[in-house]
Design a protein around this ligand. Sequence first.
Ligand SMILES: [Zn+2]
Length: 135
Amino acid sequence: MICYKVSLNNKTVCLAGHSNMEAMQFSIYCSGRNIGPHTIVSANIRNSDGTSEAAEWGSCCLEIGDRVEVEIIDADTVDPPEKITSFGTRIHPTEEDELFCSFCGKSQRHAKQMIRGPAANACDECIGILYESLG
Ligand SMILES: [Zn+2]
């Protein structure tokens, strides 16, 4: 199966791949000068029963000067994920969790769509009005 062979400073970190893989991505993350623990490869896995899981490989702390290499290979055996998180069941919002539009006060239930922001929410209608007002 197709997998990512990830090496850090010429040392193999993982052969990341899964037989039920839907999508896999490789990423390097750093925020300013703060390079913390980071998952290098993540994948969405679709199980035969229809449930989905998120798999992760190669968690490590990257430092300045590290060389990360990714080779896409076709391997017979791959490393099992270090971490698997089930997406679980979708949580239906309760009364308390319900979002309200910060502009018109409409509830999430009565809007086609609600965009959630850190300090404010906007319903589809208000977004339409805002968009139009920008010309
Ligand atoms: Zn609104």
